[in-house]
Design a protein around this ligand. Structure first.
Ligand code: GCB
Length: 604
């Protein structure tokens, strides 16, 4: 019997992996292109470490008379700003992991003939949402957007929206118990009411057919529609004016020939795309480019491209905390551009939509990732379903962004059969959700030691289009100068992106190149690494670790780390470390070799 219980998770996994991919996303696409009412701002917040509020805080009760016993009060509780993490807004909450109840009251004039949805850009980690005392729904996953319909529950006049937010880590969650970034809790992205007609455009895909530069293929999905609804698609600047009729599922699929000016980092051309049906019209800005691989090369618009990248967290520059604003994104991507990058790895979870849209406008290629990180509960069917839902919703939100070329399934996961089954399932799902982009994962399994060549042999690579490799020579193993002696081999004829290397000095500490924690050490590590990675087989790009120092509970060394991972080439106060200039020089030289256009030379 005991044995059966031990086997049960594996059996469940087996049956889960033979299921079809998860139900379609319910996300409404392109929220910034809709009629919305912002619910950002000051929310009343009750910190509830023992989950006492589950007894009924969602009712937002007030004492009925002076005798009545109500042991909580949103009205009398202090506020937290939304969007924003709670950790950096109140000092006692810096290390808090638990429940916080948020309440926003709002006065609303209900529009006629409209359906209303409440939309959250992200809540970390679990959210249970109530409107006027009724439960709207629950969401798990700290970095994916979600929306719930509230047409019948929203009132003309005063409303009370309550969200129970919980960020307790758990072994069966995604990510699991241990990860190297701050577990910022709260409503960390925008909250909006979305107003749409009865029948509305839920989502659409308008992308070049894989491998073609002059055929757009895609689909438009209506919500609330019967078959035979008229739908139009216009790209005025490209002379596209097409009409379709929806099928029985409210969907129209199409293929259109078009002559297009292709999107690229040097020329981030976006077209206005207008989708309309009945009373609903949605406008978007979409770029058209192809992405593919040929042997060990990555091809953008049919030509080989070298990816000059950097990894980054969604961490706020200059202030501490989770980044959320367009200004945060501008500062971070400003640095990325200053480094000479054409590519950015958004680690280790889906970032804010405003970042992806900015990447579209600035011409930065993007690697976007779900938080399947280190070791998680590989044999748990619910964990797999959770990861699949996060993958689906990451893709649902950003599948029209030209900037995104790579969906990453995971980061540094241990090589074992149950992990292989799990991530292969994700890769299969991703290809079903989006046939136009490349699939990757950041691997760190290398065979060989001593003077033997290091061999990339992780069997997961079979399921990927592009291999990411995290290798910390000179920091976690060996010395920076060992780079000169190391030989690398790959068992796969696939492009390789060196997705991480690095070392962590505190900005302003100077010393010898062999003294850890100094800028000189990090700089020497970068110099040796940059010489080495170019000798790696199938080398197609790199994203060193990391753009900016970030908070991490794993980094406790006083006077140096103080709960920050210091591997940034820029400090969180914007100080450029020596390694910044070494990487910048490398990228400027690579850009000069490969680009006819001059790169933007700002900075030193
Ligand atoms: C890694 C992880 C990254 C860590 C980094 C480090 O391999 O992917 O999340 O922060 O190493 O600094 O150790």
């Amino acid at each position: 019997m005991k044995r059966l219980f031990r086997l049960l998770p594996a059996l469940l996994l087996f049956s889960a992996s033979t299921f079809a991919s998860p139900a379609p996303s319910t996300l409404i696409a392109n929220v910034s292109g809709r009629t919305t009412v912002s619910l950002n701002g000051s929310w009343r917040a009750i910190v509830d470490p023992f989950d006492n509020g589950r007894s009924g805080f969602f009712r937002d009760a007030k004492p009925k008379d002076k005798q009545d016993l109500v042991e909580y009060s949103f009205d009398a509780s202090p506020v937290l700003n939304v969007p924003g993490d709670w950790n950096t807004q109140r000092e006692p909450l810096m290390f808090y992991e638990g429940t916080v109840w948020y309440r926003r009251t709002f006065s609303y004039h209900k529009p006629v003939d409209r359906r209303i949805f409440v939309y959250f850009g992200a809540v970390n980690y679990q959210a249970t949402v109530y409107l006027n005392g009724q439960k709207l729904g629950q969401h798990e996953g700290g970095f994916t957007a979600f929306n719930f319909e509230c047409t019948s529950l929203v009132h003309e006049g005063e409303n009370s929206l309550i969200v129970e937010v919980n960020n307790v880590r758990s072994a069966d969650a995604v990510p699991g118990i241990k990860f190297d970034w701050w577990n910022y809790g709260g409503i960390t992205r925008d909250v909006e009411l979305i107003e749409v007609p009865d029948r509305f455009i839920q989502d659409y895909s308008v992308q070049l057919t894989r491998g073609s530069q002059n055929e757009i293929s895609g689909w438009i999905q209506l919500n609330g529609a019967q078959s035979g609804q008229k739908i139009s698609l216009e790209i005025p600047e490209a002379g596209v004016h097409e009409n379709f009729a929806s099928n029985a599922s409210g969907r129209a699929e199409f293929r259109i020939r078009a002559k297009l000016d292709l999107w690229s980092p040097e020329h981030p051309k976006l077209y206005e795309v207008v989708v309309a049906s009945g009373g609903d019209t949605v406008r978007d800005q979409i770029g058209f480019r192809t992405i593919g691989v040929q042997g060990s090369k990555i091809l953008l618009n049919g030509k080989p491209i070298f990816l000059r990248g950097i990894s980054m967290h969604e961490e706020a520059p200059y202030r501490e905390g989770r980044a959320f604003s367009p200004e945060d994104a501008q500062s971070l991507f400003g640095w990325v551009k200053e480094l000479g990058c054409n590519f950015v790895r958004l680690a280790h979870y889906p970032h804010n939509e405003n970042e992806i849209r900015l990447a579209d406008r600035m011409g930065l290629l993007v690697w976007s990732e779900i938080p399947v990180y280190w070791d998680i509960d590989w044999t748990n069917a619910a964990t797999l379903a959770n990861a699949e839902a996060q993958l689906r919703d990451m893709i649902a939100r950003d599948h029209n962004r030209a900037a995104v070329i790579l969906w990453s399934m995971s980061n540094e996961t241990p090589v074992k059969p149950e992990r292989l089954t799990f991530i292969k399932q994700l890769a299969q799902d991703a290809r079903e959700f989006d046939s136009t982009r490349l699939i990757t994962s950041a691997l760190n399994h290398v065979e060989g030691s001593g003077s033997d060549p290091r061999v990339l042999a992780d069997p997961l690579a079979d399921a990927l289009d592009v291999i990411g490799l995290n290798e910390y020579l000179g920091w976690y193993w060996g010395r920076p100068e060992d780079a000169g002696k190391l030989e690398w081999k790959s068992s796969f004829n696939k492009p390789l992106i060196v997705s991480e290397f690095g070392g962590g000095p505190i900005a302003g500490r100077h010393g010898d190149a062999d003294e850890r924690w100094t800028e000189e050490y990090q700089n020497s590590l970068f110099q040796h690494q940059l010489a080495m990675v170019q000798r790696m087989p199938n080398f197609a790009g790199l994203t060193p670790w990391v753009l900016m120092d970030f908070r991490s509970p794993l980094r406790m060394l006083p006077g140096v780390q103080d709960y920050h991972n210091r591997k940034g080439v820029i400090s969180n106060r914007g100080q450029r470390k020596l390694a910044f200039y070494t990487l910048q020089k490398f990228y400027w030289e690579r850009a000069a070799e490969t680009e006819s256009q001059p790169v933007n030379r700002k900075g030193k």
